[in-house]
Design a protein around this ligand. Sequence first.
Ligand code: SF4
Ligand code: SF4
Length: 355
Amino acid sequence: MKTEHYRILEKSKITDFLDKLNTISKIAAPVYKGFNNYAFQTIKSAEEVSLKYIPTVIPPKKYFLPTKDSLLEFTVGNELKVEPTVEYENLILFGVHTCDIAGIRCLNMVLSDKPKDTAYLIRKKHITIIGLECNDYCDEFASCAFVGAHLPTTGYDLMFTELEDYFIVHIHSTKGSDIIEKTGLFKPAQTIHMEELKVLREKKSAIFNNEIPTERRYLPDLFDRSFNASIWKELEQKCLSCGNCTAVCPTCYCFDIKENVDLSLQAGERYRVWFSCQLDPFAKVAGGIDFRRERSARQRHRFYRKFRYHIDRYGMVFCTGCGRCSRTCMAGIKLKEVLTSLIRESEAKIWRKWL
Ligand code: SF4
Ligand code: SF4
């Protein structure tokens, strides 16, 4: 950790910082919405921002992949005219937890792979990310240490870490260093600050213990043995197929394409909307065949998309441990319990082989 990449902001100046930031660009930040719910939304003043919050109901992916995203407009006159459309704006996302930054990194990986998602990439270029590190678990649903998303690594422009009476801020990009310059409230970090940061990280490694009784590196083997695990049938009885778990997931990116055609039939718009592998029509193909008709197959697919398939393709687990799916599920399906059940069943099978 090099001191030159760090700055100090006294806690008493965080309000001034946010108000100055608001003069530079539009800001979205976590705001309390009541009943222990938070949402990222654009703010007018620093007072609206919650510095302590559990993951927002919808993750910040909504700024990169809007729920409804216009793709093109067309007119039919003497000839067909098609205009691609991309809606974007300069935005600073303030207070993004490390798990949500990990989620954005997953989206980056998929949506910059071929065929590139131009609209996503244009939006990403115009969004600045200011992270806020968690020094403790947000609640019992989090499993961010299991997937390695509890520490800042990369994917942000600035990272704020709260210490006793100041924030230590890591500068990770030129966009981040421009903000430091323009707001003019930061002091250079000294060796003592770096030592305090080191102590905090040591404390964190004691707090953030592995939340699931296995290690990340064993996930491919576990899932290779679990295709016919009994938990999938149990989930068949519980899951309501509402799709909430995928809507709130920071790494889910599936969408459906729709069109609105003007009543004159002379003009229209093509757009995409979020879609979910947990909904009945998702896997329906021509001929009315649905290759994941049972809810057990859909739930299994969700877990394999998070913990198996993307390890082969991108070398990454596509779960950030944010806990949103468990927090939101009306049927009480908990990700940590499902993984633990897979581990226990798999261990029991191995033991039976040896006995
Ligand atoms: S939120 Fe729960 S009930 Fe709804 S689809 Fe997901 S697992 Fe099923
Ligand atoms: S699967 Fe659940 S815990 Fe994992 S990233 Fe998605 S919402 Fe968060």
